[in-house]
Design a protein around this ligand. Structure first.
Ligand code: GLU
Length: 492
């Protein structure tokens, strides 16, 4: 058997990480088995469509490296892959269900349904359609429909007995039929509901495993009945658990969870997010956490998914992103840094950036950042045409707060020594500044921080001596001199 799995999003906005995790697992299983992963757009709820969603869904999958074998853009043997283009199939199935008395037309108006719900509330009965239109003789219903009366089509659920199906992760589940009402399969606008579209398409498109969020679990017995009434074999169901935020609530924006494309925009590496999501409820051995795409594919078995909800830990994702960043080959990482800097540096910085400078920065910052945007804040001073000296208080810091005169004197000594250096490289700069500290009696750390602030304008930077080497002698000495002026001017 060739496995066929699908990602079947509704184009109602950007895919959320929880939603895309189901896609990732379906993809990984299809690839593990040498099967097919396909994309199907479920746009049957015309009221919820958000323009541009399909493109953003495709972009999200592409960015994460989840390639699809069949889909709206590439076609395939079971197309079209957009449900609004498959209405004939739903009509045909509805016709068969009506003819076999597994479905009936319902003419209840919204007001009728509201009155029904009200009566059920008053009588403390569970809500649900009471089946009244089931009693309308088929010929009469047909005549009313032909006369133009608005109707929906409902599935006639058995009133007694039970429905049992198997979820691959949970085993056999049995529902009492009397608790499942006659649900709508075709809406008055001629579009199917999710229930019918699922039963028709996952059959016609030969899906072997339906992986979907477990909010669909209570609907599964309905789907099983639909498959049976249509004479279709029931696919293997895999209901994936919800993801929780650290506070135990359902994961949401409030927990810092974002859409896939927001993670991309915020500078996460796709391999890191892929890895993170793959193990959010699955593990090859209960321990290993860092897994390449290929390792996930090699080890992945869908039946090993964990049923209880996983907790989304943003810090772990950040950590993982750092791991991936550090593991990248230096030239590759340098390219990534260059793209990020091109994106994030102020508009007045001349593009394209000096690639040799980016290459020189890469080894200096790779251990210091977990997220790409942190790079810019660390190194922007290397690209700025000028760096203003920080205000006096910041320059003095704790070290010089009570001995303000010592700070400009220390800078003067540093400038004189640096000016006399033969070679301008990190090792020489370090040796020189250590000698200045020894001569002047300054603590090396205090002197270095003063120089760092003067040359870079900030407290946190790549290593000082390497930074000064990259800034260059003239600019370094100039900035040191201006910092000394700031200190003196304010003092005077
Ligand atoms: N369109 C449904 C959703 O986005 C898909 C559920 C499924 O995968 O069957 O929730």
């Amino acid at each position: 058997m060739t496995v066929r799995l699908r990602y079947a999003p509704s184009p109602t906005g950007d895919p959320h990480v929880g939603n895309i995790r189901s896609a990732l697992w379906a993809w990984a299983f299809a690839r593990h088995e040498g099967g097919v992963f396909y994309l199907r757009i479920e746009d049957t709820d015309q009221t919820r469509l958000v323009p541009g969603s399909i493109e953003r869904i495709e972009a999200s999958l592409r960015w994460l490296g989840l390639d699809w074998d069949e889909g709206p853009d590439v076609g395939g043997p079971y197309g079209p892959y957009v449900q609004s283009q498959r209405l004939d199939g739903y009509r045909e199935a509805t016709g068969r269900l009506l003819a076999s008395d597994n479905a009936y037309r319902c003419f209840c108006t919204p007001a009728d349904l509201e009155a029904m719900r009200e009566a059920q509330r008053a009588a403390k009965q569970p809500p649900g359609y009471d089946g009244r239109c089931r009693l309308i003789p088929a010929a009469e219903a047909e005549a009313r429909a032909a006369a133009g009366e608005s109707f929906v089509v409902r599935f006639a659920m058995p009133r007694e007995g039970t429905t049992t199906f198997t979820d691959l992760l949970r085993g056999e589940i049995t529902y009492e039929n009397r608790l499942l009402d006659d649900f709508v399969i075709l809406k008055s606008d001629g579009f199917p509901t999710y229930h019918l579209a699922h039963a028709v398409d996952d059959h016609l498109m030969a899906t072997t495993h339906v992986t979907r969020g477990d909010e669909w679990l209570p609907s599964a017995p309905r789907h099983v009945r639909l498959f049976e009434a249509l004479g279709h074999p029931v696919p293997i169901y895999v209901h994936t658990p919800v993801i929780l935020g650290p506070d135990g609530g359902k994961l949401s924006k409030r927990h810092g969870a974002k859409s896939v494309l927001e993670y991309a925009e915020d500078g996460y590496l796709p391999d890191a997010l892929f890895n993170f999501l793959s193990i959010l409820g699955w593990s090859p051995d209960g321990a290993t956490e860092i897994l390449s795409r290929q390792q996930v594919v090699d080890a992945f078995d869908i039946k090993d998914l964990v049923v209880h909800p996983a907790v989304f830990d943003t810090q772990k994702l950040e950590w993982m992103n750092g791991v991936y960043m550090r593991a990248m080959a230096e030239d590759e990482l340098s390219e990534v840094f260059a793209r990020e800097l091109e994106r994030a540096l102020p508009a007045d910085v001349v593009r394209p950036l000096d690639r040799a400078l980016v290459a020189a920065i890469t080894p200096l910052v790779r251990e210091r950042v977990k997220l790409l945007p942190e790079v810019t804040a660390l190194v922007d001073f290397l690209f700025a045409s000028d760096v203003a000296a920080p205000p006096r208080d910041q320059l003095l810091g704790k070290a010089y707060r009570n001995r303000a005169d010592a700070a400009p004197a220390a800078i003067d000594a540093a400038v004189a020594a640096l000016d006399a250096l033969e070679a301008w490289d990190a090792a020489a700069i370090e040796e020189c500044l250590r000698a200045v500290a020894a001569q002047t009696g300054e603590k090396p750390g205090d002197l270095f921080m003063l120089c760092r602030l003067a040359v870079t304008g900030k407290n946190v930077t790549p290593p000082l001596f390497e930074s000064m080497e990259l800034v260059g002698r003239d600019a370094s000495l100039d900035r040191l001199g201006r910092a000394a002026e700031v200190l003196r001017a304010a003092a005077g």
